[in-house]
Write a protein that binds this ligand. Structure first.
Ligand code: GLV
Length: 310
């Protein structure tokens, strides 16, 4: 029985090597060279893979996302009926995401762009220093990623708030949940950080209405999915000064078209979906473990809840 890998050609061999290092007996097929469809029992795939294609494999037992997000696997037509999907929860994936969040929170908080502009103009001028302890950061999504970022921002002295669908308690984080909780948190967020899964409920959550609830001059960070942001609303909020700056790692579509206004916008800091990149060696143990569990019919790790959408 074989494992189908499907991702960018540039990383396919790294994935294969990492999985074989843990289980040299694995029969790994690199898409599109799947071989006999009956052989495939697990598919480990990333965003470009067409879920309709997976219906070709009659013995498929498991689909694994190559990242934390699974929206690419769940959107129509979705995985073949009855086949479980697992996502990745990984220490390095999580800590890299927190680094991106800290980098961009501190970039705006410490007025790095203004100081860089001053440097370019050889201007020696001290700007008013913002008070960290008076700065509130609202995190949308306090799962594996959001809770790690929350702890690290708290350690720096920020006031950290976290919003989730259902009530959740995290040490040192003021919790908000549900629709009313969202508005209450937004009204106090000097920084808004989106680390949510993309689901029908969270699509467009950063929109004209929610941006207007932020204190004027807030900063918006999105490293979740481009679909969380209504781009026209964010651009309008940047224009009006309601939002003072934004850091974006994710876009819809990706790659972001060359003529998109974000590229040249002075208040936009962009990275090309590079905030946190899966390291195959780091995640291989959970992938191999899940393949073994699927073969034995055991409970899977990091199983996606289809009803919740993540
Ligand atoms: C990256 O976008 C991921 O979902 O891991």
């Amino acid at each position: 029985m074989a494992v189908l890998l499907s991702t960018k050609a540039s990383v396919m061999q790294d994935w294969k090597r990492a999985l074989l290092a843990l289980d040299p007996g694995l029969d790994i097929r690199l898409f599109p060279d799947a071989g006999a469809p009956e052989d495939i029992e697990a598919a480990v795939c990333w965003t470009a893979h067409d879920m309709a294609e997976l219906r070709r494999y009659p013995n498929l037992k498991l689909i694994v996302s190559m990242g934390a997000g699974v929206d690419h696997l769940l959107r129509p037509p979705g995985p073949p009926p009855g086949i479980p999907v697992a996502r990745l929860v990984d220490r390095l994936l999580t800590s890299a995401m927190s680094e991106w969040v800290l980098l961009n929170v501190l970039r705006f908080h410490r007025q790095d762009q203004a100081y860089r502009a001053q440097q370019a103009a050889r201007v020696w001028d001290e700007l008013p220093a913002p008070a960290t302890e008076a700065t509130r950061i609202g995190i949308l999504g306090v799962g594996a990623l959001g809770s790690d970022a929350a702890g690290k921002l708290g350690a720096l002295g920020f006031q950290v708030m976290g919003w989730s669908r259902r009530e959740k308690t995290l040490p040192g984080v003021r919790g908000f949940h549900g629709a009313a909780g969202l508005d209450a948190m937004l009204a106090q967020s000097n920084f808004l950080v989106c680390l949510l899964p993309l689901t029908p409920d969270t699509r467009g959550i950063i929109n004209a209405r929610t941006l207007a609830l932020l204190p004027r001059g807030a900063f918006v960070l999105n490293a979740a999915r481009g679909g969380h942001v209504v781009d026209a609303a964010l651009l309008a909020a940047l224009e009006s000064g309601q939002v003072a700056g934004t850091a974006l790692d994710v876009f819809e579509p990706e790659p972001l078209p060359a003529d998109h206004p974000y590229w040249a916008h002075p208040k936009v800091v962009m990275t090309p979906h590079a905030a946190s990149i899966t390291i195959p060696e780091s995640v291989a143990p959970q992938v191999v473990d899940n393949i073994r569990r699927a073969r034995r019919g055991e409970t899977l790790l990091n199983l996606v809840d289809f009803a919740a959408g993540y």
